[in-house]
Design a protein around this ligand. Structure first.
Ligand code: C5P
Length: 225
């Protein structure tokens, strides 16, 4: 509707996959397209918010008027988020598909194929949980996560909301091939401690507009408490 009612607010949004180096030519990553995070960034910007979008490697144009920062690894994404939130942000949305694990030690030379070995092992260690770290540091006044699940979607999403200390979680069922990863459409359930709302099936751009509205409304209601 063209209203710029988010003017003066700082929103920080993560998007896309992270890319964890194995050696100079190889990496571990996932199929996240970044579409949902980019659509949220554009929707918030169009309502007047000052938006910083921190994204892993994706094939999407930068949204108009958004400060886009591109990174590769989860460690770099966390550092960029903390940098973007040196002055506490109003809203943080973690829409990135962060790799759970990274190499314990990145090989500085290309790993060689051992001609006598049929197996090889990589030792991985846990990545930082970016959104949980920011929530514990109160990096933003209102923190929104995503939960991509293949079963018991609402149950696991509620668990994540509490465990990561989030204000809102947006759950979607990634076992469905018509929505979610790499698709243009999505259908989600939004959960806060008090409320549940399920969206219709919609394009990620349409959904982003609705989600920004929900986030803004809930954020405002926490401020007046
Ligand atoms: O991977 P998981 O299902 O726990 O992701 C749920 C939420 O946590 C998402 O919003 C995701 O962006 C965020 N996350 C994160 N850092 C991680 C793992 C997940 O910020 N290392």
């Amino acid at each position: 509707n063209g209203t710029k009612d988010l003017t003066g607010q700082d929103w920080v949004i993560t998007a896309g996959p992270t890319m964890e180096a194995i050696d100079p030519v190889r990496y571990i990553s996932n199929h996240s397209s970044g579409k949902m995070g980019f659509a949220l960034a554009q929707a918030a910007q169009l309502r007047g918010a000052n938006v910083t979008l921190i994204s892993g490697p994706v094939n999407l144009p930068a949204p108009n008027g958004v400060n886009l920062i591109t990174i590769k690894s989860a460690d770099d994404m966390l550092a960029a988020c903390q940098q973007a939130m040196t002055n506490q942000a109003d809203v943080f949305i973690g829409a990135a598909a962060v790799a759970d694990f990274k190499m314990k030690a990145i090989n500085h030379q290309k790993m060689k194929k051992q001609s006598n070995a049929d197996e090889m092992q990589l030792t991985l260690v846990k990545n930082p949980d970016i959104i949980a770290t920011l929530a514990s540091q109160k990096g933003a006044k209102y923190i929104v996560g995503f939960a991509a699940e293949t079963q018991d979607v609402i149950h696991y999403a509620k668990d994540k909301l509490a465990r990561k200390g989030l204000d809102m979680i947006i759950a979607n069922d990634v076992s469905r091939t018509d929505i979610g990863f790499n698709q243009d459409q999505n259908q989600v359930t939004v959960l806060t401690k008090e409320q549940t709302w399920s969206s219709e099936l919609a394009t990620k751009n349409q959904l982003a507009i609705q989600l920004v509205e929900h986030i803004h409304t809930h954020f405002k209601s926490t401020l007046s408490k």
